[in-house]
Design a protein around this ligand. Sequence first.
Ligand SMILES: Nc1ncnc2c1ncn2[C@@H]1O[C@H](COP(=O)(O)OP(=O)(O)OP(=O)(O)O)[C@@H](O)[C@H]1O
Ligand SMILES: [Mg+2]
Length: 502
Amino acid sequence: MKIELRNITKRFGNVLANDDVSVTVEAGTIHGILGENGAGKSTLVKIISGFIGRDRGTIILDEKPGEIKTPAAAIRAGIGMLHQDPLDFPTLSVLDNFMIGREGGKDKTSSIVLPKKLATKELKYLASDFNFSLDVNEILGNLTVGERQQLEILRLLSLGVNTLIFDEPTTGISASQKDALFAAMRKLADSGKSLIFVSHKLEDVAVLCDRVTVMRQGKVVGEAEIPCPENRLVEMMFGRELASPNKPKTATAEVALQLHNIILKTDRLTIEIEKLTIQSGEVIGLAGLEGSGQRLLLLMCAGLLPATSGNLIINGQDMTNQTYQNYLKAGVGFLPADRLKEGLVNGLTIQDHVALRQSIGRRSFVNWKETLTVTKDKISLFNIRGKADSKVERLSGGNQQRTQLALLPIPLNLLLMEHPTRGLDIESAIWVWQQLIARCQTGTTILFTSSDLDEIVQYSDRILVFSGGNVSAPIDTKELTVNKLGQMIGGKFEDGGLGTGD
Ligand SMILES: Nc1ncnc2c1ncn2[C@@H]1O[C@H](COP(=O)(O)OP(=O)(O)OP(=O)(O)O)[C@@H](O)[C@H]1O
Ligand SMILES: [Mg+2]
């Protein structure tokens, strides 16, 4: 289906999120929408898929005016969307989630078993067609982000859509899931479907899209056929070229973190680390497929997951079995991946979050006047597009991430982060790392995970690779390339790794 958007305008209060946006997506192509954080990408695709209304503008589908007022109407018109933050039901099974949105059978007396049987068959057929492996009876909450996304694609296809919109689908999925996703997208386009791919990652747009529209501050600032030189796209996105900082040496001779004979166990995974010493000021990248134990290590160092055995020493202090409060007192900070479930509280404003953060360890009433000043400073320093009284769920994905970063206490001895720049555009990611490196120069030690191997290689001093239940010995980043790291993530280590586990 050919989709033409003409003069779409949408205002939220005094933010003009979409300002006279016109884009044409041809049938059988993958059309990229590229832009910095807060550029208005999600707003635009939410309008096309019926999740929000527009103030002005028309949508034309195959030369006919399309009235899309609700998500259900969009699906009937053949348009389905995968959201930046998934909207599925974690406590239900894969199959139940697959069946959401279907019309009930007309014959009310017919048993529910038959549609379930049919749906199972259809799901299995579709999954094998796209090389997705999904267990139909698994509870959705146990799936990785990538698997949930695969399920959502299949669900929308089974509802008969011929246009699929993906809002930043590559954040939080593994490299192999990304390959499977891109292959599926290409296959869908080749079969005549229209795809819209929202991203701020140039390299993804470059390998996947046929054409790209670039947005900045609510407006379309350019369009290009792919291939297109990367620096031209960067200039369109930001109005200038960008230079990445080089990571200076920040590690000192002091020891920040020591692990002895650590065993970390969940019902799925056992991680063993016999001995690990990390210097103060050092940046350690934790590389590996999602769910390979990186998170367990971070949670343990944050005081949020007790080790089954072993000792953890932070700045000379034995922290084994200490309370979370004591970890906070020891200057340990944690930035979780799931910003709307673990990092931020839905329904609360940016100022509420600052107040919460300030109240840790204090026994007095909140001084709202002081909090407002602090909040305004943080909003301006972290360049958050939002106000002190903006509810966090109303912020764009990238601005939620900035808010999480702004809430981290200064100073910190040990900073543990999952995907610190997830959802950020390149300019913001560079800026965030400049701030993080400045923290390291004052002695903060960083351990972080990222599914972006370039980020790991660019900013880590040493890297631990997690693969198949093993943890590698720390590898000096100078000895690594992104390709070599990718191979290690998928394979075994030559030296047997840090633990003695199999
Ligand atoms: N429901 C809402 N209420 C108020 N403001 C909103 C709402 N949704 C979006 N905005 C504002 O509109 C602007 C555009 O947001 P949008 O989510 O479309 O950006 P984006 O390009 O998707 O950014 P990102 O890359 O960070 O996801 C932002 O300033 C955002 O704060
Ligand atoms: Mg967005």
